[in-house]
Design a protein around this ligand. Structure first.
Ligand code: FAD
Ligand code: DLZ
Ligand code: SF4
Length: 524
């Protein structure tokens, strides 16, 4: 690449999940004078061993974004992973770029991750000029606004935060009241899916020349990372992401609410949007997406429970977990209130387990870098919770394997929502469940080697004894929880011998986990 060597007025550093011309770092930038810097760096691909598709998605989307900005008249300095002299880190690349462009100032939008923010705090020293770090205006709630909302609250209940965001945006509002008279239609959204459902297939995009080059690079450089690239079908341009969005609005949204919690073995995507990688990376704007959903409901194209369910995930959960992340970091990342220490079993990487639900979710994750919310929460998440797996290892697994995973969104979902390792900052009770939940919401159990109806013994669904063992093991910490009072009463009233059989059965399952090899991804 030949770049004009004149002195740049400003160097705008754009991270791989900031791929939007609307970024705050570009607010007052001048295409005539300023230089945009994007860099592929090994440290970002390796700090956890990301799924191959995740790295391919980000590198290809970055390369396409660089082209988009060049076509719009910007000077873009793009550093490829294979470029000679690539230092391998953001800070190293900043130092090299400053030497190339001698800017008066460096501008960046704040990163999504604490780890990168710590790096940026040292950038002024490296750059030798002022470094301005601006808020990320893609979010509705600033860090200060979230902290103000959280101040003095005993429990950070998402529902109340969500209502504030509804009022702030006017989405699904009739004056001051929620559309339809209720804020939340979740109780309508728990239908199991049947095989006979007509299932539209989501938009997938054949790799173009840039993506093919990136895929070859990933195969070469990251061959030992989890996942396959065969099914790579992610949009990597804004235009294709918008196509995926429009197809979702037209074909999927109407049924999104009803089947949000359902799981089917042959249908990894169901009525989910698959838009999270695009929203998180900057290819789609979250508020714009919600406004389109709102408009579809107002036009009578989709029912209220679907529109509300979708909008709640974005302006409710997504904003809320980011708020919790920045409020509680850095301590949040190492929380382990339940003291879980078991190592993550290898089948989280290989999918080789007789538990049909786990095997399906892991294999689907390997093939697509995707699993939907209930698969993440109630299959891989619940199993790790019940088995007492070290939350740090669980967190690193989720951060590595999903195309949409960045710590700001993944960590609270894992440490808080899924593993209850934060002791209830994010959720009021752990998502502990026996096999009955998976049986009700999926078709996994029918062809499983285990019997979901059996409570104990070698043929029992492992979730069943583990459920009671989890409650028993953590009774000191959890039995005071009002929402668990009834199950603890049931457990206390259970015949002593029966309880012993549950605990012995769980001990066998846990011994099986402890005896199995654990070799993959350790220490990364
Ligand atoms: P849809 O079901 O179509 O939902 C629509 C959108 O809502 C998503 O695209 C997403 O932007 C947003 N959303 C839904 N639920 C959440 C949530 N709990 N938190 C934040 N946003 C939400 N989401 C990520 O974006 N990155 C992660 O790394 C991530 N890790 C998770 C780990 C666990 C253990 C759990 C339980 C959830 C996690 N989620 C994460 C949330 C959610 O599972 C994904 O956003 C969703 O599955 C993405 O698929 P989709 O786009 O088809 O979502
Ligand atoms: C996830 C990721 C990967 C794998 N590679 C890069 C990269 O080479 N260059 C880059 O700018 N961003 C990458 N990212 C995204 C960053 O990890 C992300 O921007 C930070 O974690 C902040 O959220
Ligand atoms: Fe999963 Fe248990 Fe059902 Fe098997 S029986 S699929 S292990 S929930």
């Amino acid at each position: 690449m030949t770049l004009d060597r004149r002195k740049a007025r400003r160097l705008v550093f754009i991270l791989g999940d900031q791929l939007s011309p609307e970024m705050s770092s570009l607010r007052d930038a001048d295409p005539g004078e300023d230089v945009l810097l994007l860099c592929e760096v090994a440290a970002e691909a390796n700090y956890v061993r990301h799924h191959k598709q995740k790295i391919a998605f980000i590198f290809s989307a970055m390369r396409h974004f660089a082209d988009e900005m060049r076509q719009a008249g910007w000077t873009v300095d793009y550093v490829k992973l294979t470029d000679r002299g690539n230092s391998g880190s953001f800070t190293g690349e900043l130092g090299r770029a400053v030497k190339r462009h001698r800017p008066e100032r460096v501008i960046a939008t704040e990163p999504g991750e604490w780890r990168v923010m710590e790096m940026m705090r040292g950038w002024e020293k490296v750059a030798g000029c002022p470094v301005e770090i601006r808020p990320d205006t893609r979010f509705l709630a600033s860090h200060d606004a979230f902290a103000e909302w959280a101040e003095g609250r005993k429990q950070l209940t998402m529902e109340y935060f969500y209502r504030q965001m509804r009022r702030k945006t006017g989405l699904l509002m009739e004056g001051d009241a929620p559309a339809g008279g209720k804020w939340n239609y979740d109780s309508h959204n728990r239908k199991p899916a049947g095989d006979d459902l007509f299932m539209p297939q989501p938009n997938r995009f054949a790799p173009d020349a840039i993506t093919r080059e990136v895929i070859a690079l990933i195969e070469d450089r990251f061959a030992d990372h989890f996942g396959t690239l065969e099914n790579f079908g992610w949009a990597v341009t804004r235009k294709d992401a918008e196509r995926a969005r429009d197809a979702f609005l037209e074909n999927f949204l109407a049924a999104f609410g009803d089947y949000q919690d359902a799981m089917l073995a042959g249908q990894p995507f169901l009525y989910h949007s698959l838009l999270s990688p695009y929203v998180n990376a900057g290819l789609l704007d979250p508020l714009d997406l919600c406004r389109r959903v709102n408009a579809a409901w107002r036009a009578g194209d989709v029912p209220l429970n679907a529109a509300e369910g979708f909008i709640r995930q974005i302006i409710g959960w997504r904003e809320y977990v980011r708020g919790v992340y920045w409020l509680k970091m850095p301590d949040y990342g190492s929380m382990n209130v339940l003291g879980a220490t078991r190592a993550l079993p290898d089948f989280y990487w290989t999918g080789e387990t007789d538990m049909n639900c786990m095997a399906h979710v892991v294999r689907q994750t390997r093939a697509h870098a995707y699993a939907h919310h209930i698969q993440r929460l109630m299959v891989t998440g619940t199993f790790a919770l019940l088995a007492g797996i070290d939350p740090r290892q669980v967190h690193e697994w989720y951060l590595a394997v999903y195309a949409d995973a960045y710590e700001w969104v993944e960590l609270p979902n894992v440490i808080g929502m899924s593993q209850f390792a934060d002791g209830g900052i994010l959720g009021s009770k752990p998502y502990a469940a026996s096999g009955a939940y998976i049986d009700r919401m999926s078709d996994y159990c029918g062809s499983c080697r285990y019997d979901v109806k059996r409570k104990t013994g070698p043929d029992a669904c492992p979730f069943n004894p583990l459920y009671w063992d989890f409650l028993d093991r953590n009774s000191k910490k959890l039995s005071g929880n009002q929402r668990l009072a009834q199950v603890y009463r049931y457990w206390a009233r259970m015949d002593r011998d029966k309880r012993r059989v549950y605990l012995d059965s769980a001990a066998d399952v846990l011994k099986g986990l402890d005896d199995a090899p654990k070799t993959y991804g350790q220490g990364k």
